[in-house]
Design a protein around this ligand. Structure first.
Ligand SMILES: C[S@@+](CC[C@H](N)C(=O)[O-])C[C@H]1O[C@@H](n2cnc3c(N)ncnc32)[C@H](O)[C@@H]1O
Length: 296
């Protein structure tokens, strides 16, 4: 499904699913929304909501993610690792191993980087199993049953490239913990490519630029001021962040590239204050107080 159609379908689904909005302060309501979200993850066949796309190709990744992703992938060598967070069926990883990739990247023929596809639910296909069996052990791995934040640093190891196309970055309820884990698993000089659908881009004048938009991810300061997602990302230490609006989309979509520049990554914490299940869900966060303040 083209990304624009997916965006439109996703927004409709948020509206359909989100009859009851929930607040973190109301654990019952949050639980209800979390159960609806879980049903989306576990949906199969005809029950998979239209906006929940799980089979994007590598070409779709290259077209949707920020420029540079294709080059970063092509530069990986056999000693490197690529993690795709929220991989769905893992089609992008399979395409990387397909002969067509080699014919399109003649300079990169031969042994590839190892790749890990991560998904909450197991969406492996017969094609995944056949490809995994035809390759060396651990060339491609499918991790499922847990969220990104539930893996320890040791389990994750280090990756030279991390991608997330409408995966955990769009779905996580603990976004700051998600970012800590992701950037923690990124090797020095490694890149993380991702995007957000229906978010206020750094370069937009204000929400009125998109009068019909329902913003899916919003951050507010303790005083209630709107903090752009890009500004929050730029406040993370040891990463160089670039944020670009997706000029091809009529909806507000922002593309993010993060390069790790040093080891001391510190992610300003976010507290979830509002959550509604969807594809992706609607999330409102508040910038949390620094831990030294809470300790007093
Ligand atoms: C809409 S699908 C996207 C699949 C794939 N990227 C594509 O474009 O075809 C969302 C994926 O994100 C995964 N996901 C959501 N939240 C996650 C999290 N916190 N950690 C890891 N995976 C997550 C889901 O399990 C699912 O595999």
């Amino acid at each position: 499904m083209p990304i624009k159609t997916a965006i439109a379908a996703g927004v409709v689904l948020v509206l359909l699913l989100g009859v009851a909005a929930s607040r973190a302060a109301d654990p019952g309501a949050l639980e209800k929304e979390a159960a609806k979200q879980e049903a989306v993850y576990q949906s199969r066949g005809e029950n998979v909501p239209a906006g929940y796309v799980v089979d994007r190709s590598l070409l779709a990744y290259a077209s949707a993610l920020p420029p540079g992703f294709g080059d970063s992938l092509a530069k990986l060598g056999p000693a490197d690792r690529w993690l795709d967070i929220g991989a769905g069926e893992g089609k992008a990883v399979l395409d990387y191993y397909a002969p067509r990739y080699d014919s399109m990247h003649p300079q990169r023929r031969g042994k590839k980087a190892r790749a890990v596809a991560m998904s909450i639910e197991d969406r492996r296909t017969p094609r995944w199993n056949e490809t995994a069996q035809s390759l060396e052990l651990d060339q491609i791995t499918y991790w499922f049953g847990r969220r990104m934040r539930e893996y320890s640093a040791q389990e994750l190891g280090r990756f030279q490239l991390i991608t997330d196309l409408t995966g955990g970055f769009s779905y996580a309820r603990q976004l700051s913990v998600f970012m800590e884990r992701t950037l923690g698993a990124l090797d020095l000089d490694g890149n993380f490519y991702t995007l957000l659908l229906d978010v206020l881009p750094e370069k937009a004048a204000g929400p009125s630029t998109y009068p019909d938009a329902l913003f899916l991810t919003e951050i507010h300061s303790a005083g209630g001021a709107n903090v752009r997602v890009c500004s929050w990302l730029k406040s993370i230490s040891c990463v160089e962040v670039s944020c670009e609006p997706d000029a091809r989309s009529t909806r507000p979509v922002e593309l993010y590239r993060m390069r790790k520049t040093c080891g001391n990554v510190a992610v300003p914490s976010l507290e979830l204050v509002h959550y509604r299940a969807g594809t992706p869900p609607l999330r409102r966060f508040r910038v949390g107080r620094p831990s030294w303040e809470i300790d007093q």
